[in-house]
Design a protein around this ligand. Structure first.
Ligand code: PLP
Length: 383
């Protein structure tokens, strides 16, 4: 049966408003920046229209109470201890939360652990202000990407303060198990590290169960800042907003102090959008997840049949596929090669940390037809 998202067409998407669809020449199919090619939920656009019939003066600057209530209820449902209101801070996006966390929880020259490959702003948040990255590469196993526990232990030095953690993980799509998270929590407590758990992709779980790190116990909750936002769930990155939350309000106070005067308050439309998504977004999100599962299956089959040289573990969450093209002789310039020869724009592996030359990230949140065409072009160029 045709699906609403099948109607998504490049000629409509290639609009000046879109970063993804305007960066490359028109004949390139862009499957890179992590937003979806799907239309926003009607429940959200209706709420935005209604919101514009009222004043768009300053919203409640201490944080919209209705939105904070919804977020607190969601975190409680995820097993967090009750969040004190001073432990919740609305942000103008999740990346600002990464930067605020690094600034607030570490000092210049101190070290931050992060599992690579990793969403590139993790690395810039650490390095832009003079902190040092201790990259801990994930292990590429036949079964998928795993934490290298030995390397994690070996990476800690007296200067290590923070673990910047991505859960579910961008770009591998790993959903960490309860056992892995418990082990990670024990590790952080033993080394007295702060933890930032970026859980922006938590609603996009395709297989398995998402477990929030700070739900595992009071001790780890006291050392953790959880970051979240609506932009992946509801495809609303153009209305930036996010939240930093901790059972330990002193951590949030440190983030606030470190960024005093430079952190904008979120906009009225962003607040309205997130409230509408949390209240009425479930139906739309269900359709998106079904469609993404179909695309993931299609992608896996195409690669298995037509490009078996590509190493790939289907993601358990997100709409991102982390593809290993190192078997090809052109893998040293895999990004440039596929842009030039296949006219497909992907994300280049090395931006996700040292050692990922020959890897590419593909965003499959598009229509089946666009995905099919992009894969056909890649197969043709690679053969
Ligand atoms: C793990 C992660 N954190 C943060 C972001 C960006 O969040 P925002 O646009 O709210 O700054 C992304 C976007 O892809 C992401 O994957």
């Amino acid at each position: 049966m045709p699906h609403l998202f099948d109607d998504v067409r490049p000629e409509d998407l290639r609009h000046a408003d879109s970063y993804k669809w305007t960066t490359h020449p028109a004949e390139v199919l862009p499957l890179w920046v992590a937003d979806m090619d799907f239309p926003v939920a009607e429940e959200i656009t209706d709420a935005l229209h209604r919101r514009l019939t009222r004043s768009v003066g300053y919203p409640q600057l201490q944080g919209d109470p209705a939105l904070l209530d919804l977020l607190a209820a969601r975190q409680t449902a995820r097993g967090h201890p009750d969040l004190p209101r001073e432990g919740m801070w609305l942000l103008p996006g999740v990346v600002p939360g990464l930067y605020a966390s690094v600034l607030g929880l570490t000092g210049p020259g101190e070290e931050v652990l992060t599992h690579t490959p990793i969403y590139p702003p993790f690395l810039s948040a650490i390095e832009d202000h003079g902190r040092r990255t201790r990259p801990v590469p994930l292990l590429q196993q036949e079964s998928g990407w795993e934490i290298d526990w030995g390397a994690l232990e070996d990476s800690v030095t007296p200067a290590t303060r923070l673990l910047l953690f991505c859960s579910p993980h961008n770009p591998t799509g790993r959903v960490w198990t309860r056992e892995e998270l418990e082990r990670l929590g024990e590790f952080a407590l033993r080394h007295r590290l702060w933890v930032v758990s970026d859980e922006l992709h938590a609603d996009l779980v395709l297989d398995g169960e998402f477990v929030s790190l700070a739900s595992l116990g009071a001790d780890i909750a006291q050392r953790t800042v959880t970051l979240t936002g609506p932009c992946k769930t509801f495809n609303t990155a153009g209305l930036p907003i996010g939240a930093a939350m901790s059972a330990n309000p002193a951590l949030i106070a440190r983030l606030q102090l470190a960024t005093r005067g430079v952190m904008a308050h979120p906009g009225a439309l962003s607040i309205e959008m997130w409230r509408a998504g949390l209240t009425h977004g479930e139906r739309w999100l269900g359709e998106v997840l079904d469609y993404l599962k179909g695309n993931r299956e299609f992608l896996a089959q195409e690669l298995r049949h037509n490009l078996p040289e590509v190493r790939f573990t289907p993601p358990q969450a997100t709409y991102l596929a982390w593809l290993d093209f190192r078997a090809f002789r052109w893998s040293d310039e895999a990004y440039e090669f596929l842009l030039r020869e296949a006219r497909v724009g992907l994300n280049n592996g090395p931006t996700f940390g040292p050692g990922y030359q020959g890897f590419l990230r593909l965003n499959f949140a598009t229509s089946r037809a666009v995905l099919q065409e992009a894969l056909a072009r890649i197969v043709h160029a690679a053969s």
